[in-house]
Design a protein around this ligand. Structure first.
Ligand code: SF4
Length: 285
């Protein structure tokens, strides 16, 4: 039975990351106290008993957190859906065997089909790690999503990326997410809008999306993001604090361990936005 939280929550497993992507929007996060694995499992229990269907494990880079396999296993024990966002820098066969049995879907970032262009946006070695991860993941039945942040630098690369993904994901349950580049977090802090080399008008973004959708029609399931993510997600931090984002601001909506602090009106708004996003994904061909 549905409770007060949205149908899915985004668990910030850690804000630590092993990359320093220029397009990162999550790097200016609120500070938090480190919990133990018990605290994290307790949070999952609260969401489970409230009726939350899916937990998204994100960060930072979730795989740098040693307790990740235990947390994922606990979410699966509660029969919740699990989606893991990762940059794949730590993905190898041993780690995959520890986590993938508890992952329903995995989302991997990739911003170009040309190695040095991808790595200039993401970090040295990232492209090869992603290619290796896609090979490793063939062994599992989890859904695979590749997430491309579309910017003024790579908007003409989408056909090339799509062709590469067609080859690398053959036989997999695969979808491609095209995200509009949003100037929040580090990107907003380190550059001015006028001189931001990644900035792209939303109309140009949609031209690139439409071209990719037409070109790969019937071959790749493609979804894209809206122009902004205001009240788009309920983020849960390791100390239990709950946030959403509006423009470049994190807005605190209470703490998961104190039901009197919960901003239920904001939770409902987030839930509606999630439902709208999911219906677009279902409609994507
Ligand atoms: S975009 Fe993701 S992988 Fe890149 S620095 Fe930010 S959190 Fe890390």
């Amino acid at each position: 039975m549905k409770g007060v939280f949205p149908e899915s929550v985004d668990f910030i497993v850690t804000d630590k990351c092993n990359l320093h992507c220029k397009v990162c929007w999550g790097s200016e996060m609120p500070c938090y106290e480190e919990p133990g694995i018990i605290g994290r499992k307790d949070m999952i229990d609260i969401f489970y008993f409230d009726g939350v269907e899916k937990t998204v494990f994100t960060g930072g880079e979730p795989m740098v957190e040693e307790s990740l396999p235990g947390i994922l296993k606990h979410a699966k024990y509660r029969n919740m859906g699990t989606l893991l966002f990762t940059n794949c820098m730590l993905m190898d066969r041993k780690r995959a065997d520890r986590i993938m049995p508890y992952v329903d879907a995995i989302s991997i970032s990739l911003d170009d089909h040309i190695e040095h262009l991808n790595d200039s946006a993401r970090g040295n070695g990232h492209f090869r790690k992603v290619m290796h991860a896609l090979d490793i993941l063939k062994k599992y039945s989890s859904k695979v999503q590749v997430l491309t942040v579309v910017t003024s630098e790579n908007r003409y690369s989408l056909r090339g990326i799509g062709n590469l993904l067609l080859e690398k994901t053959e036989g997999m349950d695969f979808g491609w997410k095209l995200n509009y580049y949003t100037r929040i977090g580090r990107s907003a802090k380190e550059t001015h809008a006028e001189s931001d080399p990644f900035y792209l008008e939303y109309s140009r973004f949609m031209e690139a999306v439409n071209d990719a959708e037409n070109h790969f029609s019937g071959k790749i399931r493609i979804n894209h993001s809206p122009p902004n993510h205001d009240y788009g997600y309920l983020f849960v931090f390791p100390d239990g604090n709950l946030y959403t984002t509006k423009k470049s601001e994190y807005i605190c909506l209470g703490n998961v361990f104190d039901s009197r602090s919960w901003d239920k009106g904001a939770f409902r708004k987030i839930d509606r936005n999630i439902a709208e996003r999911n219906s677009r994904w279902r409609d994507a061909k």
